[in-house]
Design a protein around this ligand. Sequence first.
Ligand SMILES: Nc1ncnc2c1ncn2[C@@H]1O[C@H](COP(=O)(O)OP(=O)(O)OP(=O)(O)O)[C@@H](O)[C@H]1O
Ligand SMILES: [Mg+2]
Length: 414
Amino acid sequence: MIIRRIVLNNFRNYGRLDIEVGPSVNVIYGNNAQGKTNIIEAISVGSSVMSHRTSKDKEMIKFGEQEYIIDIYCHDEVYDSDMELKVSYMTERSTYNDKKIPRRQLIQDGMIIPKLSQYMGVCNTVIFAPEDLSIVKGAPTSRRKYLNLLICKVSPSYYDMLGRTRRIIDQKNACIKTFKGRWDSSRENELEYWDFSLAELSADLIMERFRYCGLIDRKASSHHSVISDGKEQLKVEYSTITGVEGVIRGILDTDDMFDQFVDGTLSEAILTRIKKSLTDYMLSKLRSERVTDVERGIYANGVHRDDLDISLNGLSMRQFSSQGQQRSAALALKLAELEIISERTNSAPILLLDDVFSELDEGRRISLLSGMNLAQIFITCTDRKFVENELSGFITNDSGIRFYRVDSGEVFYE
Ligand SMILES: Nc1ncnc2c1ncn2[C@@H]1O[C@H](COP(=O)(O)OP(=O)(O)OP(=O)(O)O)[C@@H](O)[C@H]1O
Ligand SMILES: [Mg+2]
């Protein structure tokens, strides 16, 4: 899939933007704060709905306006067909109580797409941005976002799974609150009701996450070994509810079986066994923690707190890594994402490289650019020459590079 045209209305500092883009490399350059990253963000939101900068859609509406619209016109080279993807988000005032009601609409070829999971994955993008560093050194939410978004892109039903789990956790928490901090065994069945569904949903989520963490670990460590000249060993491990890993490893007791699980080639019968054992384990765990949850007033130890343990030569990166090591690890994680999406969807995702040239040294830039010849790429930078010099060795066909100068929310073809 490639993008041919991008139309923005009231998105960030763009009132109206309508640009045609090239099928190969598109360099977006200009001074600071002119709107380069905003274009990258718009492409990312237009294709996978989520922004790498904010979780608040409202922030992306141009100041003083009520609605943003992102229109992306794509072309599918395999089927030789065109497609229009449209994401809009508005805050309108309710006629009932004058409160602002957020409303997002997803449209594909003029048809409203009711579920985000049906929209995701149609046009995949992978973004490399300075914010990637937070995957390594930031709070657990950054790592969960990385993992969730990656899985959503290759397995859209995961998004629904995630949504259902979140809703049940919210409902369980609302129920816990009604206990007002005091355990009441006569009301235990109310919690049992939520826990029954939660145990099963958690088991599904854990299996997907466990599998994809295995894949990420495999791919990221091999990219990292190239970036660091084989001097350092990167390890990515799924960190979830205590005891869960033991349940899975108890069934997948050989390395071979574990590899099959990661590759998705394990038999249905064994997958069903894992799911059953995990559901049972989760239910017993939920039951045993009920009193403490009620006393604390919140459900604490669930999949909503999952994390990734990222370590280098056995040391936790969050605590013990240098900035350069964090950059290499973040790059390896993003390259792993790119590879997983390419393999699972059988097509190269569109690459969005926001300011990465100023962030990475030469060795890491080479790691990033190697093998990117086939994909459509959008690159932002402040200095056009810098990118021209860097790219000359990688892009064989110079005529494929297009330049766009951004100046105060206006774009000029150069
Ligand atoms: N909702 C919004 N409405 C209007 N303008 C906005 C909105 N959000 C951000 N901006 C403006 O967009 C500009 C920043 O755009 P962007 O982040 O794309 O800059 P950039 O060209 O990537 O700069 P840099 O080179 O520093 O990364 C800022 O001037 C900011 O005030
Ligand atoms: Mg920027």
